[in-house]
Design a protein around this ligand. Structure first.
Ligand SMILES: [Zn+2]
Length: 253
């Protein structure tokens, strides 16, 4: 009987681990998409910065051309002013030169703005230069590492399933059926509960001293009256057989 209880505990540990692995494996597409999205976002930010820098450069070139035109316009007006013979020609030339200089000044302010935008974008890109160079290879490496981890987990899941089957077959039929029945009925799927400090560790229900003694002997299957789990006892000096499954609930999120 003691050996069979050990098998049941082993079965419980495997089932808990299998469930955890299944949750992780089911989340693979989502987790992979998250990694891709993270790199897409970084690439997007870099592209946006490059666009800002290039736009600023083009805009500055355009503005400089306009400045040249306005300067030519001012010079032309100055020449007209020198050559003017009539009052209205004189007034028009002054007005024209004035307008051209005002326009030039406004354009030069805009050029400074574009230079500032350019410098900012350029500085941001310089700061991320190493990242830009390695972004694609980083992405590939990160995804490859993720795929490798998932491969290991998938292999582990297969191995644990095989081991579960092996242990399941070692148990007498009534006992394995009982285990299956309980684990299917219980929400967290944990059919085994440690009897500890005079109580069921799963539901905290106090156990009568006779029940506690029976569980400690381990000669028969004792079920918790409250939560219907199979009770087992771990001697105080042994640590190796304590399954984590009965202590911590399975993370199903
Ligand atoms: Zn219980």
């Amino acid at each position: 009987m003691k050996a069979e209880l050990q098998h049941l505990i082993a079965l419980q540990n495997l089932d808990t681990s299998i469930r955890r692995l299944q949750v992780q494996i089911e989340a693979i597409p989502l987790r992979r998409a998250e990694i891709e999205a993270e790199f897409d976002q970084r690439a997007f930010e870099i592209r946006a910065e490059e666009t800002r820098r290039d736009d600023a450069r083009h805009e500055r070139a355009r503005l400089e051309k306009e400045v040249a035109e306005q300067k030519a316009r001012a010079e032309r007006a100055d020449r007209n002013l020198q050559a003017s013979k009539k009052q209205d020609e004189y007034t028009a030339a002054i007005r024209e030169a004035d307008a051209a200089r005002k326009q030039t000044s406004a354009l030069e302010t805009q050029i400074l703005e574009q230079m500032e935008i350019f410098d900012k974008a350029e500085a941001a890109l310089t700061e991320r230069a190493a990242e830009i160079v390695s972004l694609n290879s980083d992405r590939d490496a990160r995804l490859a590492q993720f795929d490798q981890e998932m491969k290991v987990q998938t292999a582990q899941l297969e191995a644990e399933r095989a081991e579960r089957e092996r242990i399941f077959d070692l148990l007498p039929k009534p006992m394995s059926s009982l285990y299956n029945r309980i684990s299917l009925r219980i929400r967290d799927g944990i059919a085994m509960a440690e009897a500890r400090n005079g109580a069921c560790a799963a539901c905290r229900m106090a156990l009568r001293p006779q029940v506690m003694a029976q569980v400690r002997r381990g000669d028969e299957v004792i079920i918790c009256d409250n939560c219907n789990r199979i009770l087992y006892y771990v001697p105080k000096d042994s640590v190796t057989t304590t399954p984590p499954s009965a202590r911590e609930k399975v993370a199903t999120t």
